[in-house]
Ligand binder design. Structure first.
Ligand SMILES: Cc1ncc(COP(=O)(O)O)c(C=O)c1O
Length: 420
């Protein structure tokens, strides 16, 4: 028998093997200064395209004031205990009521984190006799929620209605045998490539198949639909979404999340969802802060309007310069380039050091080998000048990628890891 850690000594994982070259720069970078369009990286100002502060609320003075007041009033402990036991307050309830009303559902329930929250929502909604059918590109938290499921699960090809229908037929056969039901899961906006989930087409299948529909709208909430009510509102089918989920970690620029549905379903979740029953309640600072942020969404359409001005300028500019930005239908702006991981590292270093642009870089295994995905997140704090500078920088790095500059620069990196 071998020691449990033997595997870890030899295999650091597909990303971990790059740690000595990547850490502190490509992964775990330290962005400093107030959250905004321009922050500091290694002491130099960079235009920041990697923060999901879509509406620019993170550092808004009114939001900061409410956060600070709440911290003074309550500290970071209050309330102590799980909601069910000693962690329930009027303000938690008020926030839930306001969130439910905002997303046009009967009822809502707060979650401490989006990740555990949706994982546990999935776990609670299904029993072993039920079948889950979910988009193959679903976020890790959905995948992990499905992993807890003791019954059958099927994936369908990303946003592919024909594939979904085929899998609904398989799921229906299983559910007829087990006496269970079917849960379909999609995202409102797929955060890596920016496509909206085909929510409208999915709910149309309810005419032919019997299923319930859960939507994770992490990136749609605040950015799409009337006043940011989300992807369901944008596509005109919010009523047909049976369980709607969004996190506070993006447009709301905070921590926490919520799930919204008919009252009976939310009541069931309240009494059965393990991540909330056996964990401390969302702290008051976050609850008061979320009430303020929600009010900003409802009453200040100018943030969403500015966000979209920037999104359109950036995406139109990239397309006009011949960049491949895929089929995004949201603020998420991917730029696809061809190259190896070491080339991607050299390119991103150049972008940060010499052009003052900071964006996320995504490589294999998250996307196919040989592709480099630079992912830009416009926010309401960006300016059209930021967009102009970024477009110029992107033309510069594309030329160097194509003329082999990064290949040459990356050879040292390759030699260092001995992975030719
Ligand atoms: C689609 C999606 N769902 C859920 C989450 C998790 O949310 P949180 O950061 O609140 O845990 C994320 C966050 O990255 C996400 O992108």
């Amino acid at each position: 028998m071998r020691d449990l850690f033997d595997r870890i000594h030899v295999n650091k994982g597909p990303l971990g093997k790059w740690a000595s070259q990547a850490e502190g720069y490509f992964v775990f970078p330290k962005l400093e200064g107030p959250i905004s369009n321009r922050m500091k990286f290694k002491g130099k100002e960079v235009i920041t395209w990697s923060v999901n502060d879509y509406l620019g609320l993170a550092n808004h003075p009114e939001v900061r004031e409410v956060d600070a007041q709440a911290a003074t009033e309550f500290g970071s402990a209050y309330p102590m205990g799980a909601r069910m036991m000693s962690g329930h307050t009027e303000l938690h309830e008020q926030l839930e009521n306001e969130l439910a009303e905002f997303v046009d559902k009967e009822s809502a329930y707060l979650l401490n984190f989006g990740y555990q929250g949706i994982l546990s929502t999935i776990d609670t909604l299904v029993s072993k006799d039920d079948v889950i059918v979910y988009d193959v590109d679903a976020h890790a938290c959905i995948v992990d929620g499905v992993r807890l499921h003791l019954g059958k699960r099927f994936t369908y090809k990303h946003n592919d209605i024909e594939s979904l229908e085929k899998n609904l037929q398989r799921a229906t056969k299983v559910a007829e045998q087990t006496g269970g039901g079917i849960l379909v899961i999609s995202e409102g906006v797929f955060g890596m490539r920016g496509q909206q989930g085909c929510l409208k087409e999915i709910v149309a299948l309810k005419e032919k198949y019997n299923f319930r529909f859960l939507v994770d709208d992490a990136h749609g909430f605040g950015t799409l639909g009337e006043n940011g009510k989300g992807a369901g509102n944008e596509q005109g089918i919010q009523d047909e979404i049976d369980v709607y989920f969004a996190t506070f970690a993006k447009s709301m620029a905070s921590t926490g999340a919520f799930v919204a549905a008919d009252k009976e379903i939310i009541d069931y979740l309240k009494y059965n969802m393990r991540s909330q029953m056996f964990a401390k309640s969302l702290q008051m600072q976050l609850v008061k802060g979320a009430l303020k942020r929600l009010d900003m969404l409802r009453t200040r359409p100018q943030f969403k309007a500015k966000l979209w001005e920037n999104v359109n300028a950036l995406q139109d500019g990239l397309k006009a310069s011949g960049f491949d930005i895929g089929t995004t239908q949201s603020c998420v702006t991917p730029v696809y380039l061809k190259g190896s991981i070491p080339e991607a590292m050299a390119l991103v270093k150049d972008l940060r050091e010499n052009y003052g642009i900071f964006c996320s870089i995504v490589v294999y295994p998250v996307i196919p080998k040989g592709l480099i995905l630079l992912r830009l997140i416009p926010t309401a704090t960006h300016t059209l000048e930021d967009v102009r500078v970024t477009l110029e920088a992107f033309s510069g790095i594309r030329e160097k990628l194509e003329n082999g500059t990064y290949k040459r620069l990356s050879e040292a990196v390759m030699a260092a890891v001995g992975d030719k």
